[in-house]
Design a protein around this ligand. Sequence first.
Ligand SMILES: [Cu+2]
Length: 358
Amino acid sequence: MFDTTRRRVVQALGVGGAATLAGCSTGEQPAEGNQATTVSSTPTQQEPAQTTVDRIAADPRDIPDPVDWSEPRHHDVTLSVTEETAEIEPGVTFDFMTFDGQVPGPMIRVRRGDTVNITLESPDDNSMPHNIDLHGVYGPGGGAEASNVNPGENNSFEFTAMYPGIHIYHCAVPNLDQHISSGMFGAILVEPEDGLPEVDHEFFFGQHEIYTDKAPGEEGHHAFDFEAMKKEEPTYVVYNGEAYAFTGNGYGPMEVDKGDRVRIFMSNGGPNLLSSWHAIGNVWTDFYRDGALANDPENYVETAPVAPGTVACAEIDTPVPEPIKLVDHALTRVARKGMMGVIQVNGSPEPEIFNPDP
Ligand SMILES: [Cu+2]
């Protein structure tokens, strides 16, 4: 399986240029020989488990519409906390925990001054308690205790969104590091009173590390590994619960047209690792560190730290056609642990800006 993993990485890195990222899946399937190797080297290996969802990765385009109201509003938000089995990559299953069945949890979008009623629903078939701590909330634990739910329970609390910014939310039960690693984080966007500048596209990605009892790409069911987490040595570091999900090896890149202005929100759930967030072939034209939208952005930032427990907001320009590769520039995570998402800029060449063959 290691050979398979390396092949996937070489494709994801786009060594051969944009065409490599266009989605050819040749060579991704495990070869017979690799399977045999895996079986003999790991006698305790289990088969991949039955999945409960087809896809754990949230669609980065699935973002609520921008705020278009100018007086305080009330929002009722219900989130279902679920425990799901899904693939990190083909043939590799893992027991995720989620808000609403996907990773990251859905973005909540409100305007500063709005009130929000949050209800958590926990299905009967859950095995653990869950709750929600929103970093956009003034109050004990960001609402964690007030929202605690055991299997089969509902629980609600209300808050006023007092300060602007894009803030992370996450589960905060005693094993919160395991729950966040397994997918329980998302974002609440509190728009400033005057809103955000209009852009052509918005995307929302969630980085997190997954700690398992097997090697990256090793086929079978990967159990959560507390010892690996204590050592902060993850098996995978990914966007949205899946290795290379938004590349030609997964669901494909996000597509935009040349000249589009693109806003990207990146929630680093962690639970432990700082992200050195970089866009290969581009630059963060406007970068809102820690998602602090009340501040003026920094300009033309090459690689920006995104701490675990924050959501960064960046706006980029797209003057040339290219695959823009969103990475954590701790590149071992890109080469070996599943980290990468691609924004494909489509359009005719701009040789005055970039000429590959002068
Ligand atoms: Cu939880």
